[in-house]
Design a protein around this ligand. Sequence first.
Ligand code: ATP
Length: 355
Amino acid sequence: MADIRLEGVGHSYDGGRTWAVKPMTWTWRSARAYALLGPSGCGKTTLLNIISGLITPTEGRVFFDDRDVTGVPTRGRDIAQVFQFPVLYEEMSVYDNLAFPLRNRKVPKQEVDRRVRQVSRLLGLDQVLGRRSRRLDAGRQQIVSLGRGLVRSQVAAVLLDEPLTVVDPALKWTLRSKLKEIHRETGHTLIYVTHDQTEALTFADEVVVLNEGAIVQAGEPSELFLSPAHEFVGHFIGSPGMNMLPAEVVGHVVRVGAAEVGTTKDDLPPGPVRIGVRPEFVRIAPAGTSPGVPARVTGIDRMGAYDLVHTLVGEHPVIAKTEAGSPYRPDAAEYLHFPAERTFLFRDQVRCGSL
Ligand code: ATP
């Protein structure tokens, strides 16, 4: 296993007019489980293919520890890959498919057997080891592909590109926790590409958020949720995402319209900012309580486990996530409170302070 270091790595498919991956310097640390999270078209697959060697970047150098592998093709990099759809030898048994990457590297027979049985037990494949792969449904075949990616213990990294797309939704939860368990045992460096925040947050030690070809923030799931450094992370992570409101900094006081929402300890130049606060932390209080922002309730979604109370502050929507069975009614006038430790200020989309 190795640290995977990208130095000024970028990629353009059109001769430098646009960047699928903007030049970046970044290290994937050995033995960590990463999720690479971002919307469709943000450059996730391109970045993964640069690491695997399927793509040679148009800018920068790729290092595995101190070895420059920029021009080295995939087969010279010792990478295991799992794609969105099953890649198997259909006429081979599940056992032989799982054993293939090990036999190919002349691993002793006993060790092959031990690893195949270990991985198949963890992935729930022990009952189908003798079956031909083509006799399994697509979801099961994909689990075998996952097993093939994870069976070798000595790899530089395991790269997984949306590996659970064809797997039954109910099974996904189980598989993600199995993946974690396998990761704990093997200590692989895992890079797991997904556009699904639940998948990323439940699986990874560290989530790397990519937008428009650039890393906007990386951190533990709780850090991205509680302390977004960029408006994009606020929107993209959370369900629903972070509320954003135009506001004004005057001295240390932060105002939304005529209402004071709090003070900031940060020395910010006066002027417009955007306030970001997650629905989970918005508190609703009776009208007139201070400091608070007047809001009108526009609707309530009763979600079962919780309620989403939709409000308007002036013309700006703000959602509060409350306990189920909340007493709020459409058209009621309420006051919203934004707790200091959970409310952030943004300028040019980047966090510049907090309440
Ligand atoms: P998705 O989740 O939809 O697969 P992604 O985040 O993996 O998206 P990429 O597939 O890396 O993103 O694409 C990044 C950008 O590069 C997109 O604008 C895409 O249209 C463009 N792109 C990707 N592959 C090629 C290619 N072979 N030729 C030209 N442009 C490409």
